[in-house]
Design a protein around this ligand. Structure first.
Ligand code: ZN
Length: 254
Protein backbone atom coordinates (compact mmCIF):
# COMPACT_ATOMS: atom_id res chain seq x y z
CA UNK A 1 0.00 0.00 0.00
CA UNK A 2 1.25 3.46 -0.84
CA UNK A 3 2.33 5.68 2.00
CA UNK A 4 0.22 8.51 0.66
CA UNK A 5 -1.48 11.46 2.31
CA UNK A 6 -4.57 9.51 3.41
CA UNK A 7 -2.62 6.67 4.97
CA UNK A 8 -0.35 9.12 6.79
CA UNK A 9 -3.36 11.00 8.16
CA UNK A 10 -4.78 7.69 9.40
CA UNK A 11 -1.50 6.79 11.09
CA UNK A 12 -1.38 10.14 12.90
CA UNK A 13 -4.97 9.71 14.06
CA UNK A 14 -4.23 6.23 15.45
CA UNK A 15 -1.17 7.58 17.24
CA UNK A 16 -3.18 10.40 18.82
CA UNK A 17 -5.75 7.92 20.11
CA UNK A 18 -3.09 5.55 21.44
CA UNK A 19 -1.24 5.57 24.74
CA UNK A 20 2.06 6.02 22.91
CA UNK A 21 4.13 9.11 23.69
CA UNK A 22 6.43 9.27 20.66
CA UNK A 23 5.84 8.99 16.91
CA UNK A 24 8.44 9.11 14.15
CA UNK A 25 7.27 10.66 10.87
CA UNK A 26 9.43 9.66 7.92
CA UNK A 27 9.08 9.34 4.15
CA UNK A 28 10.11 11.27 1.06
CA UNK A 29 7.88 14.33 1.52
CA UNK A 30 10.73 16.36 3.05
CA UNK A 31 8.81 19.62 3.27
CA UNK A 32 5.36 18.35 4.17
CA UNK A 33 5.72 15.74 6.91
CA UNK A 34 5.91 18.30 9.72
CA UNK A 35 2.92 20.32 8.55
CA UNK A 36 0.89 17.13 8.05
CA UNK A 37 1.44 15.95 11.62
CA UNK A 38 0.76 19.44 12.99
CA UNK A 39 -2.46 19.83 11.02
CA UNK A 40 -3.71 16.40 12.09
CA UNK A 41 -2.75 16.92 15.72
CA UNK A 42 -4.60 20.24 15.82
CA UNK A 43 -7.89 19.19 14.30
CA UNK A 44 -9.46 19.17 17.77
CA UNK A 45 -10.66 22.75 18.34
CA UNK A 46 -12.48 21.99 21.58
CA UNK A 47 -9.33 22.66 23.57
CA UNK A 48 -6.37 25.00 23.09
CA UNK A 49 -3.14 23.04 22.77
CA UNK A 50 0.29 24.43 23.55
CA UNK A 51 2.68 23.18 20.88
CA UNK A 52 6.44 23.50 21.08
CA UNK A 53 8.01 23.21 17.64
CA UNK A 54 11.71 22.46 17.99
CA UNK A 55 13.79 23.17 14.89
CA UNK A 56 17.40 22.52 14.01
CA UNK A 57 18.41 26.13 13.54
CA UNK A 58 16.96 29.57 13.08
CA UNK A 59 17.18 28.92 9.32
CA UNK A 60 14.80 25.98 9.72
CA UNK A 61 12.59 28.18 11.85
CA UNK A 62 12.29 30.54 8.89
CA UNK A 63 11.50 27.68 6.48
CA UNK A 64 8.87 26.42 8.87
CA UNK A 65 7.41 29.89 9.40
CA UNK A 66 6.97 30.32 5.64
CA UNK A 67 5.54 26.79 5.36
CA UNK A 68 2.72 27.57 7.77
CA UNK A 69 2.18 31.07 6.45
CA UNK A 70 3.55 33.28 9.23
CA UNK A 71 5.26 36.54 8.38
CA UNK A 72 7.53 36.17 11.38
CA UNK A 73 8.59 33.44 13.78
CA UNK A 74 7.59 33.85 17.43
CA UNK A 75 10.49 35.09 19.54
CA UNK A 76 11.82 32.96 22.39
CA UNK A 77 9.16 32.33 25.00
CA UNK A 78 6.32 33.97 23.09
CA UNK A 79 3.71 32.23 21.00
CA UNK A 80 1.64 32.72 17.89
CA UNK A 81 -1.91 31.61 17.30
CA UNK A 82 -1.98 28.69 14.86
CA UNK A 83 -5.37 27.22 13.95
CA UNK A 84 -6.68 28.33 17.32
CA UNK A 85 -3.78 26.82 19.28
CA UNK A 86 -0.65 28.34 20.85
CA UNK A 87 2.54 27.67 18.88
CA UNK A 88 6.02 28.18 20.33
CA UNK A 89 9.32 27.72 18.48
CA UNK A 90 12.79 26.94 19.85
CA UNK A 91 15.78 25.00 18.54
CA UNK A 92 17.49 21.69 19.35
CA UNK A 93 20.23 23.66 21.06
CA UNK A 94 19.56 23.33 24.83
CA UNK A 95 20.76 26.90 25.32
CA UNK A 96 17.59 28.04 23.56
CA UNK A 97 15.33 26.25 26.05
CA UNK A 98 15.57 28.69 28.95
CA UNK A 99 12.60 30.71 27.69
CA UNK A 100 10.67 27.75 26.32
CA UNK A 101 7.17 27.16 27.70
CA UNK A 102 6.09 24.66 30.32
CA UNK A 103 3.72 22.94 30.46
CA UNK A 104 3.16 22.00 26.83
CA UNK A 105 0.81 19.48 25.23
CA UNK A 106 2.56 18.57 22.00
CA UNK A 107 6.24 18.61 21.02
CA UNK A 108 7.47 18.46 17.43
CA UNK A 109 11.16 18.00 16.54
CA UNK A 110 12.10 18.82 12.93
CA UNK A 111 14.28 17.73 11.35
CA UNK A 112 15.39 14.76 13.40
CA UNK A 113 18.46 14.20 11.21
CA UNK A 114 20.82 16.34 13.30
CA UNK A 115 20.22 14.45 16.53
CA UNK A 116 22.06 11.34 17.69
CA UNK A 117 21.43 9.02 20.63
CA UNK A 118 22.77 11.51 23.19
CA UNK A 119 21.41 14.81 21.91
CA UNK A 120 18.17 13.10 20.84
CA UNK A 121 17.50 11.66 24.29
CA UNK A 122 18.21 15.01 25.94
CA UNK A 123 15.79 16.67 23.53
CA UNK A 124 12.96 14.15 23.96
CA UNK A 125 13.40 14.01 27.73
CA UNK A 126 13.15 17.78 27.91
CA UNK A 127 9.84 17.69 26.00
CA UNK A 128 8.59 14.99 28.38
CA UNK A 129 9.62 17.11 31.37
CA UNK A 130 7.55 19.95 29.96
CA UNK A 131 4.53 17.68 30.12
CA UNK A 132 4.14 16.81 26.43
CA UNK A 133 1.72 13.93 26.01
CA UNK A 134 2.47 13.54 22.29
CA UNK A 135 5.88 14.00 20.70
CA UNK A 136 6.44 13.91 16.94
CA UNK A 137 9.98 13.29 15.68
CA UNK A 138 10.03 14.26 12.00
CA UNK A 139 12.85 13.35 9.62
CA UNK A 140 14.15 15.29 6.63
CA UNK A 141 15.96 12.53 4.68
CA UNK A 142 15.74 8.93 5.88
CA UNK A 143 19.41 8.15 5.51
CA UNK A 144 20.57 8.02 9.10
CA UNK A 145 20.55 5.65 12.01
CA UNK A 146 17.30 5.82 13.98
CA UNK A 147 18.16 3.02 16.40
CA UNK A 148 18.18 5.39 19.38
CA UNK A 149 14.52 6.24 18.78
CA UNK A 150 13.39 2.64 19.22
CA UNK A 151 13.95 2.93 22.98
CA UNK A 152 10.80 5.10 23.05
CA UNK A 153 8.80 2.34 21.33
CA UNK A 154 7.49 4.89 18.80
CA UNK A 155 4.62 4.84 16.36
CA UNK A 156 5.87 4.92 12.78
CA UNK A 157 4.19 7.30 10.37
CA UNK A 158 5.28 7.35 6.72
CA UNK A 159 4.38 10.04 4.20
CA UNK A 160 5.85 9.56 0.75
CA UNK A 161 5.59 11.91 -2.23
CA UNK A 162 5.22 9.00 -4.66
CA UNK A 163 1.57 9.63 -5.55
CA UNK A 164 1.72 13.42 -5.64
CA UNK A 165 5.11 13.93 -7.30
CA UNK A 166 6.77 10.71 -8.52
CA UNK A 167 9.88 12.46 -9.89
CA UNK A 168 10.52 14.26 -6.61
CA UNK A 169 9.91 11.03 -4.71
CA UNK A 170 12.56 9.29 -6.82
CA UNK A 171 15.07 12.12 -6.38
CA UNK A 172 14.76 11.91 -2.61
CA UNK A 173 15.10 8.12 -2.82
CA UNK A 174 18.30 8.60 -4.83
CA UNK A 175 19.76 10.99 -2.26
CA UNK A 176 18.86 8.57 0.51
CA UNK A 177 20.64 5.71 -1.27
CA UNK A 178 23.64 7.81 -2.22
CA UNK A 179 24.32 9.09 1.26
CA UNK A 180 23.79 5.75 2.91
CA UNK A 181 24.33 6.04 6.63
CA UNK A 182 26.79 8.91 6.32
CA UNK A 183 24.62 11.03 8.58
CA UNK A 184 27.55 12.52 10.42
CA UNK A 185 30.30 12.74 7.84
CA UNK A 186 33.69 13.58 9.28
CA UNK A 187 34.09 17.26 8.61
CA UNK A 188 37.10 19.48 9.25
CA UNK A 189 36.92 22.05 12.04
CA UNK A 190 36.16 24.96 9.72
CA UNK A 191 32.90 23.22 8.68
CA UNK A 192 31.98 21.50 11.93
CA UNK A 193 29.29 23.99 12.91
CA UNK A 194 27.47 23.73 9.61
CA UNK A 195 24.22 21.92 8.93
CA UNK A 196 25.43 18.81 7.08
CA UNK A 197 22.41 18.83 4.76
CA UNK A 198 23.86 21.91 3.06
CA UNK A 199 27.45 20.73 2.67
CA UNK A 200 29.13 20.11 -0.67
CA UNK A 201 32.76 19.58 -1.63
CA UNK A 202 34.21 21.75 -4.36
CA UNK A 203 37.52 23.05 -5.63
CA UNK A 204 37.86 26.60 -4.32
CA UNK A 205 39.62 28.90 -6.79
CA UNK A 206 40.71 31.27 -4.06
CA UNK A 207 41.94 28.64 -1.59
CA UNK A 208 43.38 26.70 -4.54
CA UNK A 209 42.37 23.42 -2.99
CA UNK A 210 39.41 21.15 -2.31
CA UNK A 211 37.14 22.67 0.34
CA UNK A 212 33.77 22.08 1.91
CA UNK A 213 31.21 24.71 1.00
CA UNK A 214 27.69 25.63 2.12
CA UNK A 215 24.97 25.31 -0.52
CA UNK A 216 22.11 27.81 -0.72
CA UNK A 217 19.69 24.83 -0.68
CA UNK A 218 19.94 21.32 0.81
CA UNK A 219 22.23 18.98 -1.11
CA UNK A 220 20.01 17.31 -3.76
CA UNK A 221 22.23 14.31 -4.66
CA UNK A 222 25.15 14.48 -7.01
CA UNK A 223 23.19 13.77 -10.21
CA UNK A 224 20.64 16.48 -9.56
CA UNK A 225 23.42 18.85 -8.57
CA UNK A 226 25.26 18.29 -11.84
CA UNK A 227 22.06 18.49 -13.89
CA UNK A 228 20.88 21.76 -12.31
CA UNK A 229 20.88 25.02 -14.26
CA UNK A 230 23.95 27.10 -13.59
CA UNK A 231 23.03 29.66 -10.95
CA UNK A 232 20.41 27.53 -9.24
CA UNK A 233 23.01 26.38 -6.72
CA UNK A 234 25.59 28.57 -5.01
CA UNK A 235 28.40 27.16 -2.93
CA UNK A 236 30.07 29.41 -0.37
CA UNK A 237 33.53 28.19 0.62
CA UNK A 238 33.49 27.68 4.38
CA UNK A 239 37.14 28.62 4.65
CA UNK A 240 37.36 31.83 2.65
CA UNK A 241 33.76 32.80 1.87
CA UNK A 242 34.29 32.76 -1.88
CA UNK A 243 31.02 32.01 -3.76
CA UNK A 244 31.12 29.51 -6.64
CA UNK A 245 28.47 28.76 -9.27
CA UNK A 246 30.15 26.00 -11.31
CA UNK A 247 27.94 23.22 -9.98
CA UNK A 248 29.10 20.74 -12.65
CA UNK A 249 32.52 20.80 -10.94
CA UNK A 250 31.33 19.90 -7.46
CA UNK A 251 31.52 16.45 -5.88
CA UNK A 252 29.70 14.71 -3.07
CA UNK A 253 29.42 15.65 0.57
CA UNK A 254 32.47 14.02 2.16
ZN1 ZN B 1 37.98 29.01 -0.33
Amino acid sequence: MANDFQSAVGEVARFLQSEALVAVARGTHQNKKHTLVLDCALVDRSTTFRILFRVNSRRDADDFRRGVGFSRAPSAGSSLSYKGHRLYVDTINPRSWRDSPSPIDIGVVYPLDSLDADSGSVCVDDLKRRGATKIFLVTWTDNFDLTWVTSYDPYWITYDAEDEDPAYHQRVKDVTAEQGLSHHPKVPAYASREDTRYLVRHYCDRCRMSRLARLNKPYPGIRNLHDAQMGEYEATCLKCGCVALDNYNWYGQS
